[in-house]
Ligand binder design. Structure first.
Ligand SMILES: Cc1cc2nc3c(=O)[nH]c(=O)nc-3n(C[C@H](O)[C@H](O)[C@H](O)COP(=O)(O)O)c2cc1C
Length: 196
């Protein structure tokens, strides 16, 4: 029998990362919808990651992350989860015009695991839809040599779109999410060749 799977390219992995961790957070509602939409898109193997479950304390590694001499199991688990991904979408709220501290903390824990990988954002908030937080997150991502792409999902006045069944997207949420995933797929394929 012919093995029809052996010539197929390996699926690229997209980690959809819920970044808010506070009790009563709304992030999982957006994240659950986005992860489902990304699975339907079909370009990626989608892994849902929740920073609350990852459970990182405030950064507590003695060595610079680029050395990858991780002392703690929580860091080793986080590094393995991140290392396996080819692309990321951070589900990002806006706290005081910035990303939440859990986002900065989780990114700072690692270094090489982010290198040469594209990053998109599914942000949400009031009138801004979280776009100020997204812009504030980009310098950090470029410092760890990740590529934040311009296409994004921004959900303005997001509570209007949360109903009994979760996030209820409008047409413009669907089109911007699709545009982001299409671009992430291009970048993820191209950047893979830059990694060891
Ligand atoms: C500390 C804090 C600061 C906030 N600052 C902003 C802000 O700058 N812009 C905004 O649109 N919403 C802001 N909000 C409201 C959030 O958009 C809203 O609480 C949202 O649910 C936060 O995401 P989360 O529920 O996943 O934590 C803030 C909320 C908190 C808790």
């Amino acid at each position: 029998m012919t093995d029809t799977t052996k010539d197929l390219p390996m699926a690229l992995t997209l980690n959809v990362v819920t970044t808010s961790t506070r009790p009563g957070r709304k992030g999982p509602v957006i994240a659950e919808w986005f992860a489902g939409f990304a699975r339907e898109h079909g370009g990626f193997e989608v892994v849902a990651v929740d920073l609350k479950e990852v459970g990182l304390p405030l950064f507590d590694e003695p060595e610079h992350p680029a050395r990858q001499q991780y002392q703690h199991d929580h860091t080793k688990r986080w590094a393995a989860l991140t290392d396996k991904a080819d692309a990321f979408v951070f589900v990002l709220p806006e706290y005081n015009y910035n990303p939440p501290p859990s986002f900065f903390n989780a990114v700072d824990y690692l270094s090489r695991e982010w290198n040469y990988k594209p990053v998109g954002f599914a942000s949400y908030g009031g009138v801004s839809g979280g776009i100020r937080a997204v812009q504030a997150a980009k310098p950090l991502m470029t410092t760890v040599k990740a590529m934040p792409i311009p296409e994004s999902l921004a959900v303005q006045t997001f509570t209007r779109y949360i109903g009994e069944k979760g996030f209820e997207p409008q047409e413009f949420h669907l089109s911007s999410s699709k545009a982001m995933l299409d671009e992430l797929l291009k970048w993820a394929g191209a950047l893979k060749s830059l990694r060891p």
